[in-house]
Write a protein that binds this ligand. Sequence first.
Ligand code: SF4
Ligand code: SF4
Ligand code: SF4
Length: 151
Amino acid sequence: MPSLEEILEFLPGLDCQQCGMLCADFAALLLNRKRAPEDCPVLHQPDYAGFIEALDELLGPLTPTAGMTIDPEKCNGCGICVTMCEYHLGNCPEARLGRGPRPQDLGRLVFHIVNGTAVVVHQELCTRLIQAAEKCNKCADHCPTKAITVF
Ligand code: SF4
Ligand code: SF4
Ligand code: SF4
């Protein structure tokens, strides 16, 4: 799974909001398959020829292979998962306190709230993927709507 920063390298970075949000938020929704690269109108301009294809290649197959997923239909955007996440506990105190994210935090978040829904931005940081021992389930256990599935 690509990182948010890798996705951002193939977005115009104009923050023009023609897609309804800023580039960083659009990138987060691309990662979670809630938007497609062609939903950015700017990418259809000749200056960005090849970018949509590059993003399609970077995003890879539609089905995630490991970690955790969030069902956007069930998520109510409460943010409990962001404050409970085991990775955030040690790596992003701001997220644990329910603040942000600040721009400098984006590389240290497993997920954050975008437009009222939790979206995964760095699934590779989830400790389920980097610890061979006991598997964390905290986000799924504390989600009040059972929107999170760990696997
Ligand atoms: S339309 Fe494209 S360039 Fe404009 S904010 Fe959205 S992603 Fe960025
Ligand atoms: S805890 Fe569950 S309902 Fe709340 S933001 Fe996270 S996924 Fe959504
Ligand atoms: S399983 Fe644990 S480390 Fe992974 S996202 Fe959920 S709370 Fe964070």
